[in-house]
Design a protein. Sequence first.
Length: 406
Amino acid sequence: MKSSLLYYKLIYGGVLAKKKRLFFSILGILIGVASLFVMVSVGESSKAKVDREFEEFGMNNLVVFAGKAGVRGGRSVVMEVMPTLKLDDVEALKNICGIKRIAPIYDIGSVVVEIGGRKITTRVVGTDSNYFAIKKYTVYTGRIFSDKEVSRGDLVAVIGWKVKDEVFLDSDPIGSMLRISRLPFRVIGVLEKKGTDMSGQDLDDVIVVPVTVATRRLDNVDYIKSIEVECENGKILPSVEKAIDKVLTERHRILKPEFKDFTIVKYEDIAKEQSKTVGMFSFIIGCVSLISLVVGTFGVTATMILSVRERFREIGIRKAIGATNRDILTMFLIESLLVTSVGGFFGVFIGFVISIIVNTVMKNPLIFPIKPIVVAFFSIVVFGTLAGLYPAYKASKIDPIESIRS
């Protein structure tokens, strides 16, 4: 028992002999393990966010854009808007079998709005009552506008949570007046907090008005910019997409596919692009993390080699009084594992804290699966063993007679 205690005290003393060197060795492992933990955790959380958004917004949904559009970096991007998509097209598409809800969209964009005695800049969207169900909005207070109000072109508005929170704070905005391009709108409803959609748009920073008002009275146009479509289920999405393409091609008298004046984008496509972006991000950070670990391992290896050289005489004395090659090998392996374990422990802790901060900033769900911890622990053991293997082998082969003579 006493010999075992002395054995570990000698290891403890050998590790702490050079404190500055020890600190930088631990720091290298700490940075590598922390970055690896953050990479895995943020990657898993980002994937979970994409999956959650896909389930919430896009399992059964697609969007018809007026003009040329595509998916770039996990977002739908409109390259060219054409004034050929009409409200009559929406009525024609309602007859397609498999469509559960359909809503015309005229997104005016960022507009200066006078509300509550203040001027704010927010997004104004013109649509109908189906829009709220497709986007899965919940009414916080008041109500949404009816189909009759849309057809009559009533000046009514439903405001997002961010607009309500910024202007009205705790007061009730129902019945209040706001002005958009000098037109007075009456606030009839407030939407619950929603967050962002799969395209990155803030669904809370918005004012929703009837599409007839947005097109005819606010912008004086006779077309819409997109159509949101919700299918009855995801399985019929491809057939609905083909049917929409056929109807619009015939209605717009398009003779060749390259002359199409509309683009159909499925939310599934956006989710796939987002997954690719997340995967690329994880891969890059993973490479950096592994490089950091390798550099940290070289640092520990260099420290252990110097320790072997400095303790050349000590090793010889140990072997002279009975220590075997296996004892010396074990001693230096334990020292290297001790250094990497300390660095790994603090690396996991710091990585955990950084992951919380990064996921919070990125608005990812706080997910800490077992995978980051297993990966971090496995890396500690593997790189710790590799770091001490060569120095330990060199130490075990030292000739005790030569070391004592020196």
